[in-house]
Design a protein around this ligand. Structure first.
Ligand SMILES: O=C(O)C1=C[C@@H](OP(=O)(O)O)[C@@H](O)[C@H](O)C1
Ligand SMILES: C=C(OP(=O)(O)O)C(=O)O
Length: 427
């Protein structure tokens, strides 16, 4: 007898009414993984409150533990990180995490012994050679030019001046800066190439290093100088992840509702903060109170022409919003998204068009003309932000099935619970 296998895809919930909810979003991936790394290099134990627990941060923590760092997790969610001598042999699983594959090799040069790096098959397609070559220029011995590769740590790195082409990822620069104070000569990183994407993420790196007492000179554009020295231990709260908050705020925007995210920081280096102004440019309104950031909308969104170079992480959410807007949109400045978890420009074009949309890739972005969309399968390509973009479109288009919603575990394992309870409280 023929058997039909159950469809493992996730039926994205849709709603005709406005979404009205308060959604508490877990900690920032970018802050959590930087805090872990800086704490691992510090001269004493650090306390990190409210860290993100997700695949990317678990991989970072596991890698640091295998290198000799102690990370104790208290039940209320606080991490206590106690540095120790960094040592190999160790094995680092990068998964699909850019922060692990591009931040940890520099730290691994400071370990005594070999450190082997590997990751998901799809991680092998993400740009990485710049990280390895820049470390070689600073004195490291590394075998391999991409995943898998091995850092032959000697417990020290000379450091000094290095020129880097970071036009494909800001993480090439952040990775060198984060460990740079522990290099014998510190590090001077100069960018040579077309514009660096995601600059707020480099500001976040500099900010965190300064919080650890490291001297960083970023007065010259596209040049960073990290003085050699010790890193002080951290005592910090992790902000909510504002890029992960974006699809929830966008849910208010596309349904004519109102969503509040508690704990929205007054001042932040997170690129995701830009979602406020993007939603405002599309016709929604936002205001901040002691309760958090609230986005309210009539449900009618205008098309926009936006350069997302600094905030590329938001592109899948913004593309989904644009597909549901009243007029066409152009998203520019995000050619580097071809090297994210998947080629996000190709994936967004393919998936929105698969539901009847009209999206065209340009050299550095997307041109999106809203069309009436129909039910269908939405493929994620192992990309957490493709999954949440599919959920957002599904809110307004009944019958969208997201093929692998579990990929949201990369940065937000609780996504489906938060999404469905946002809808439950709205009914
Ligand atoms: O340093 C970081 O934490 C990040 C930097 C950015 O990478 P790119 O510069 O490669 O875009 C961003 O997109 C990524 O999600 C996180
Ligand atoms: C690009 C992203 O991640 P990563 O840190 O793996 O580069 C992202 O989260 O959108």
């Amino acid at each position: 007898m023929e058997q039909t296998l159950p469809d493992p895809s996730w039926p994205a919930p849709s709603t005709e009414g406005p979404v009205r909810a308060t959604v508490s979003v877990p900690g920032s991936k970018s802050l959590t993984n930087r805090a872990l790394l800086v704490a691992a290099l510090a001269d004493g134990p650090s306390t990190v409150r409210g860290p993100l627990r997700s695949r990317d941060s678990t991989l970072m923590a596991a890698a640091l533990r295998s290198l000799g760092i102690t990370i104790d997790e208290a039940p209320e969610g606080t991490w206590r990180i106690t540095p120790g001598p960094l040592r190999g042999p160790a094995a680092v699983d990068c998964g699909l995490a850019g922060t692990v594959m591009r931040f940890l090799p520099a730290l691994a040069t400071l370990a005594e012994g070999p450190v082997r790096f590997d990751g998901d098959a799809q991680a092998g397609t993400r740009p990485l050679a710049t990280t390895l070559n820049s470390l070689r220029l600073l004195g490291a011995r590394i075998t391999g030019n991409g995943l898998p590769f091995q850092v032959h740590g000697t417990g020290r790195l000379l450091g000094g001046d290095v020129a880097v082409d970071a036009s494909k990822s800001s993480q090439f620069i952040s990775g060198l800066l984060l460990s740079g104070a522990r290099f014998e000569q510190g590090v001077v990183v100069r960018h040579l190439g077309t514009a660096i994407p995601s600059l707020p993420h480099i500001e976040m790196t500099v900010d965190l290093l300064r919080a650890a007492g490291v001297e960083v000179d970023d007065a010259t554009p596209e040049t960073w100088r990290v003085a050699p020295g010790t890193l002080a231990s951290l005592d910090m709260d992790i902000e909510p992840d504002l890029s992960n908050a974006a699809p929830f705020l966008a849910a208010a925007a596309v349904t004519g509702g109102s969503v509040t995210v508690p704990g929205w920081p007054q001042r932040t280096t997170q690129a995701g903060d830009a979602i406020r102004e993007i939603l405002a440019a599309m016709g929604a309104t936002w205001h901040r109170t002691a309760d958090g950031l609230t986005v309210t909308s009539t449900g009618h969104l205008t098309g926009v022409d936006l350069d997302l170079h600094d905030v590329g992480e938001l592109t899948p959410t913004v593309a989904a919003l644009a597909a549901l807007a009243d007029g066409p949109s152009t998203l520019r400045g995000v050619a580097h998204l071809r090297g994210h978890e998947t080629d996000r420009l190709a994936a967004l074009e393919q998936e929105i068009n698969g539901l009847g949309g009209a999206v065209t890739q340009t050299e550095d972005g997307l041109f999106i003309t809203p069309r009436a969309l129909h039910p269908g399968h939405w493929h994620c390509y192992a990309d957490h932000r493709m999954a949440t973009a599919g959920a957002l479109i599904g809110l307004r288009v009944p019958g969208v099935r997201v093929d692998d919603i579990t990929t949201t575990a990369k940065t937000l394992p609780a996504f489906t619970q938060l999404w469905t309870s946002m809808l439950d409280t709205s009914r």
